[in-house]
Design a protein around this ligand. Structure first.
Ligand code: SAM
Length: 314
């Protein structure tokens, strides 16, 4: 097994790398899919672990894909690249065989968080964009969401995705501010948070609000929910899906999907006889979410919130 734990370009440290390889167990000349290739760290580790395996490397961010193409060039035709949302990637993949395994390492890469100008993390004076694919002009960016969504919808984003206890007050303050001056930069949002809390927001409070908006801008939960079903159907028998989440809502969605797929009967309790599939579709491989150890978190603090779950098709 490879001992590589950093992406070749230092773009993003792959999280829970050993666990990903152990659970994915790549073998033979199987065709795998990495739905979130980022800097290519996990893909490289999987390709190193299995010399005849092939992989479809997907990312919706054109910049990430460009870096991945360069860092994964050594694997030649074993890696095929697709720029797409992962739940839509198989439409253009023209698959001739079922997938031997799927990996999703959700959220954003360290490179995206550190990139000035994209607005993923709080940095003073940066435009509120947050689209993973900025060329996708049909998706409203973060400023457009703040400037146009109804107050109720904003409160839901702040509450559900940002776990913000003052979500209603914050949404009201956003609506009040935008009627005078539209939102443009990160400082505009932080100023409204300051006014709502009546004190300077802490770094983690700012981070949670920025993360909430990013999830809304990129429709991340909808993409995950659809992607899980699409990939389950595309997997070969005994093939695995491994998902690393960084947000409790994502993790819950993955946990519930894997549990539901592993039940033998999914009929409502009032049904006198079973009329559903009557057999599990597969089994959960991780009874509890796998978390990074202290050593990994010390080396890579961004791994702290990671939760890994894996499922095997029956
Ligand atoms: C945490 S990083 C992945 C890092 C990667 N595992 C590595 O080792 O370098 C997440 C990546 O997934 C991409 N991404 C997030 N959600 C996506 C989606 N729904 N469809 C396609 N790509 C997505 C982001 O653009 C980002 O590059």
């Amino acid at each position: 097994m490879s001992e590589r734990t950093e992406s070749p370009a230092g773009f993003h440290d792959p999280v829970l790398a050993r666990e990903v390889v152990e659970l994915m167990a790549p073998t033979g000349n199987g065709l795998y899919l990495d739905g979130t290739v980022g800097g290519g760290g996990h893909t490289a580790i999987l390709m190193d672990a299995c010399s005849s395996c092939r992989i479809i490397a997907v990312d919706r961010d054109p910049d990430a894909l460009e870096v991945a193409r360069a860092t994964l060039a050594q694997y030649g035709s074993r890696v095929r690249f697709i720029r797409a949302r992962f739940d839509e990637a198989l439409r253009s993949a023209d698959l001739a065989e079922p997938l031997a395994g799927v990996l999703l390492d959700l959220g954003v890469s360290s490179h995206q968080l550190d990139s000035d100008g994209r607005g993923f993390a709080f940095r003073s004076g940066v435009a509120l964009d947050m689209r993973m694919n900025a060329a996708q002009t049909d998706l409203p960016n973060a400023a457009q969401i703040l400037n146009s969504e109804p107050e109720e919808a904003l409160a839901r984003i702040f509450h559900e995705y940002g776990e913000q206890p003052h979500s209603r007050r914050l949404a009201r303050a956003v609506v009040e501010r935008r009627s005078a001056t539209p939102f443009r930069t990160s400082d505009d949002l932080v100023a409204v948070l300051y006014r709502t809390l009546r004190r300077a927001p802490k770094a983690n409070e700012k981070a949670r609000i920025f993360q909430a908006l990013r999830i809304a801008v990129n429709e991340e939960l909808a993409s995950l929910e659809r992607g899980l079903t699409v990939f389950r159907e595309a997997l070969a028998p005994n093939a695995r899906i491994v998902v690393i989440s960084y947000h409790s809502l994502e993790d819950r969605l993955v946990k519930n999907a894997f549990r539901e797929w592993s039940r033998s009967c999914v009929c409502p309790p009032e049904m006198p006889v079973c009329t559903c599939r009557g057999a599990p579709l597969g089994s959960v491989l991780t009874r509890k979410a796998v978390r990074p150890g202290d050593v990994e978190v010390r080396r890579n603090p961004r791994a702290r919130s990671a939760r890994l779950r894996a499922w095997s098709k029956g």
